[in-house]
Each structure stands twice: as C-alpha cells, then as structure tokens.
Design a protein around this ligand. Structure first.
Ligand code: GTP
Ligand code: IMP
Ligand code: MG
Length: 339
C-alpha cells in the first residue's frame, strides 16, 4: 500500500480540503497526517450541506477509522487544536488525534506580532495567525514544543514513527499539504510567501517520510487560481471581470477577498515538476463551465470542459486523475483507473 501526498499547485485554496476528503472516504487510509506550516491554512469541506473548516487537524477527519496526525514540521496553536476537537466532536476526533511532541508552539506573542508588524501585516499581508513569528523563533531555537505544554500531553506521539510503522505494515498513509507552491519560501514569489517550503518534499519531511517512501504526489489546481495577500500574480484579472464570471471568493481564515486569475499553464507545469507530480486534481471545473456542475462521469462533461482538462494534461504533462465539479463530496469524477 502506498503513501500519497496531496499538495496545492498554485497559491493555496485550490480546494485541497475537498480532494483530501474524497480520498479519505474513498481510499480509506489508515493514517492521515498533516504537514505544512500551521494554522495559517484553512481547509473547508462540505458534508451533507454542512461546512466544516479546519486549520490544525487533518481535513480527512470524516474517515472515522483513520488515525489523525499532525507532523513534527507543523506549528501548533493549542487554542485552535482544542476548539477543533470540539467543533468536530461528532466525528470522534478526540480519540484519534495525535500531535508530534516536537511540533513548535504558536503563542499569543507570535499572533500579536503577526497582526501588528508593519512589514508582515502591511507589506506581505500575512494571515495574522502567528506562523511566521513562531517559525522565526523555531529557527532561533527559542520556540516551545508541544511536549512543553501540559494540556497537550494526552495527544503527544512520534508521528514519524507511526507513519513509518504504518507503511511497514502495508497500510495506506495520506499526507495533507497546506498552502500552495507559489507561496513556498524557496520557490514562491519571495518575499510574498509563507514561512516555509510548501512543496511535496517539505510535506514528506514534515511528517517524517523519506523521499524513497513517497509513492504518489497529487498536485491540486483550481480552474481559476486565486491569491490572498500581496505579491505578483501574472494572470490576475480585474475584480469586475471576476464578478462577471462569478468567480469571486473569500478566505477561510481571514475572510479577505481573494484575487482571481486565469489558469497559468506555464506556472502549473513548473509547479508540477518541482512537486514531482504523479497525478493532477482539477477543482472548480463548474466555475469554468456551468454545464459541468455536479457531473460525475467524464463522458457527460460538456465539450468545452473536456477541452480544458485535455489542454491541462497536454501542457502540464501530467495526467488528470480527479476532477471536482461542485462543492459537495460526491461532485467528483474519478479517472484514476485510467492512469
Ligand atoms: P485548500 O486551502 O486548498 O484546502 O482549499 P480550501 O479548502 O481552503 O479552499 P476554500 O476555502 O476555497 O474551500 C473550497 C470550497 O470550495 C469548499 O467549500 C469546497 O467544498 C468548495 N469546492 C471544492 N471543489 C469545488 C468545485 O469543484 N466547485 C465548487 N463550486 N466548489 C468547490
Ligand atoms: P503567512 O503564512 O500567514 O505568513 O502569510 C504569508 C502569505 O501566505 C500571505 O500572502 C498569505 O495570504 C498567504 N497564505 C498563507 N496561508 C495561506 C492559505 O492557506 N491560503 C492562501 N494563502 C495563504
Ligand atoms: Mg484554504
């Protein structure tokens, strides 16, 4: 059984949450581990018409048999962690959640700095979640770790060990990435980026999987990429154009309006290469073509939507295995058997 990493290929908010939720319910992983920066990420998912948003726990929480882990590379905000245990209590997450004892902790002072610092808040347009300042303290070796917080004690574990044990036993491990390739500290549009690398290799490292143990990398792209905060966005369209197309969106964590652009094939190709994509997932196809809404069979897609998907495969050079055609879990086309 393989390990699968899901990452965002653009500037975050590609709809990774809904792709992960589908994989979690359909493929039934035994372990779902979250990598990435920390609580700056908001993944939202619709289940039976109800919206759930998670910033700390894995988005695959609805798979009730899975262990839900937060890797050592991820920052933990204890307040957010406990409120999610409560928010998701109908899914019995309390019994299944584990945090690596080496996770660094986001404290009040980090959030305060992230919200008031003119450079971070004003120029970069950070989420204000304290992630940048907490990672800075981590690099300074002054940050506290999860093992230093008494309330987290019942949830502490060695995620790297759990994940590698699961792979040794032939179990399926799903690794969730956060943010997107364009926000990578290394490969994104520095300085308008987040405080860590966001590529698939970083996610593997975050949860303690070596490069030789990664089987699949799913890179998620949305039909109209979005970006929140400052920074270059070469294919950005005007607000009027986005309104005319009905593709205006607001952020899960900050509520800020997202900037919207046209699909950038060249950027997507580069992103897929550096991430080592084995497969692409395309979301929001219904926003590209209204007639595609809710379609679950590829052959039933309108021609224009099919041409868009085929154009992506050709120009990015990686097969498309999953296509989201609406917000609900079942609004999906699964083509993986053909890959
Ligand atoms: P990540 O940060 O990548 O996890 O994305 P996200 O989950 O934060 O994205 P966002 O907050 O924008 O949430 C995506 C929303 O769009 C969720 O409510 C999804 O249910 C919904 N969604 C996902 N895929 C599609 C789709 O194909 N079409 C439409 N119309 N909505 C979708
Ligand atoms: P930070 O990660 O809060 O430091 O923010 C740095 C940049 O990354 C800002 O432009 C944020 O808007 C952006 N960012 C961070 N996390 C996300 C995310 O989950 N979705 C979209 N943008 C994000
Ligand atoms: Mg998001």
């Amino acid at each position: 059984m393989p390990s699968v990493i899901v990452v965002g290929g653009q500037w975050g908010d590609e709809g990774k949450g809904s792709v992960i939720a589908y994989l979690a319910l359909h493929d039934r992983p035994d372990v779902i581990a979250r990598g990435g920066v920390g609580t700056n990420a908001g993944h939202s998912v619709f289940i039976n018409g109800k919206k759930y948003a998670v910033r700390q726990l894995p988005t695959g929480f609805m798979q009730r048999n899975a262990r839900l882990l937060v890797g050592a590379g991820v920052l933990v905000d204890p307040g957010v962690f406990f409120s999610e245990l409560e928010h998701l209590r109908e899914f019995n997450v309390r019994e299944r959640a584990g945090i690596d004892y080496r996770c660094a902790i986001i404290e009040e002072k980090h959030k305060e700095l992230d919200r008031t610092n003119g450079y971070l808040h004003g120029k970069i347009g950070t989420t204000g979640s304290g992630c940048g300042p907490a990672n800075a303290d981590r690099a300074m070796r002054t940050a506290r770790q999860a093992k230093d917080i008494r309330e987290l004690e019942p949830y502490l574990t060695d995620v790297a060990q759990e994940v590698n044990d699961a792979l040794d036993e032939g179990k399926l491990v799903l690794v969730e990435g956060t943010q997107g390739f364009g926000l990578s500290l290394y490969y994104g549009s520095y300085p308008y980026v987040t405080s860590k690398d966001t590529s698939a290799s970083a996610m593997a490292s975050d949860v303690g999987i070596g490069p030789t143990r990664v089987d699949d990398v799913v890179v998620v792209f949305k039909s109209f990429p979005t970006r929140v905060g400052a920074g270059p966005f070469p294919t950005e369209m005007s607000l009027e154009e986005a309104e005319r197309l009905g593709v205006v969106e607001y952020g899960t964590v900050t509520g800020r309006r997202r900037r919207v652009g046209w699909f950038d094939y060249e950027f997507a190709r580069y992103s897929a290469r550096v991430n080592g994509a084995t497969m692409l997932a395309i979301t929001m196809l219904d926003k590209y073509d209204r007639e595609a809404f809710g379609v679950t069979d590829y052959d039933k897609l309108p021609e224009r939507a099919k041409e868009f998907i085929e154009g992506i495969e050709e120009r990015v050079g990686v097969p498309v295995g999953l296509i989201k055609t609406g917000p609900e879990l079942e609004h999906i086309i699964d083509l993986r058997e053909n890959i």
